[in-house]
Design a protein around this ligand. Structure first.
Ligand SMILES: Nc1nc2c(ncn2[C@@H]2O[C@H](COP(=O)(O)OP(=O)(O)OP(=O)(O)O)[C@@H](O)[C@H]2O)c(=O)[nH]1
Ligand SMILES: [Mg+2]
Length: 299
């Protein structure tokens, strides 16, 4: 939508050129029958109306995003944003990570035109939200960069970034450089940039994996190669960045401890010890939730 809005000045100047051209042929300023408006006036009024419509929709979208963001924060689901050059396979990767059949990867530039969120489970059963983003493109027109950055503003709230690259593309190295330079201009926290995972996608299309200094995970999102290793790496990074740990807590089955953990943490395993009336519970828990747990139950 930001992009549609950014197109308007372009449409306007194109319209002016067309009118100038028509004028030369003596037709541009003719009145449209009965309306009292010239062709130029009608077109400009329609453009104005379109601009107002898009702007209103953008305001609504922004409100919806803010709402989604607060909801996500309340649930404390870690947020993993998937970025990369257009057509690199971001949507395909999220589909492979989440099994979300609703996602539609397409072999075209800018197949994804809005930022969307999709839930997926990590190997430790922790739920995370994967955010699919609009693809990067080098030499984006100047007025589009701002709109493009605006659609990416949610990225700043992520706990982890994944940079997807199409390593089978002849321009893959230039694409990487241009993605990293756009990212730099988004003023993201340095920690997010430092912990970013680079994914080399479409390895099914190349003979041998790229050897580079940067540590990267090679996958084929389309065929599902390398997905388990990637999930493991995402898990480690998410746990680190969100201050979560896996621990086993021994608790009394008579107390509301287990219920509390189900609500505030992610319970992985419950081993009941019938004789003691207790259970060993393996949980993924944030340090703040564990602090609360101790305050409530470990007096
Ligand atoms: N051979 C092969 N093709 C892939 C792989 N991953 C994605 N593709 C194809 O690449 C094309 C683009 O995939 P998308 O997932 O839509 O790419 P995207 O990065 O989301 O693209 P935009 O939303 O346009 O930025 C589709 O035709 C996919 O089927 C892969 O691992 N191997
Ligand atoms: Mg996409």
């Amino acid at each position: 939508m930001q992009i549609a809005l950014a197109e308007l000045p372009l449409l306007r100047s194109r319209l002016r050129n067309e009118i100038a051209h028509l004028d030369q042929q003596g037709g541009g300023s003719r009145y449209i029958m009965g309306s009292g408006e010239t062709f130029l006036e009608v077109q400009q009024r329609l453009l104005k109306e379109r601009e107002i419509k898009i702007k209103n929709a953008l305001v609504k979208l922004k409100k919806k995003r803010n709402l989604l963001r607060t909801r996500r924060k309340q649930c404390e689901f870690p947020i993993v944003s998937v970025l990369g050059y257009t057509n690199s396979g971001k949507t395909t990767l999220i589909k492979a990570l989440t099994g979300d059949e609703g996602l539609q990867p397409r072999d075209q530039l800018f197949a994804t035109l809005d930022v969307t969120a999709h839930a997926g489970l990590l190997p430790c059963h922790l739920a995370v939200i994967y955010v699919d983003t609009i693809g990067f493109l080098s030499q984006l027109p100047h007025n589009l960069i701002e709109s493009f950055s605006a659609t990416l503003e949610d990225v700043i709230h992520s706990d982890l970034l994944i940079h997807v690259r199409d390593v089978s593309h002849p321009e893959t190295d230039n694409q990487r450089t241009s993605v990293l330079s756009v990212l730099k201009n988004l003023s993201l926290p340095q920690k997010l940039l430092d912990t970013m995972i680079e994914v080399h996608n479409k390895i099914d299309l190349i003979d041998k994996p790229k050897d580079e200094e940067v540590s990267a995970v090679s996958v084929s999102a389309l065929f599902g190669y390398g997905m388990e290793g990637l999930k493991q790496q995402i898990e480690t990074a998410v746990m680190m960045s969100t201050g979560r740990t896996v621990m086993t807590i021994n608790l009394d089955l008579e107390s509301p401890q287990l219920n509390w953990l189900y609500k505030e943490a992610s319970v992985q395993e419950v081993n009941v010890l019938p004789e003691e009336g207790t259970a060993n519970v393996k949980v993924v828990i944030t340090s703040s939730a564990y602090g609360k747990y101790k305050k409530l139950f470990c007096k």
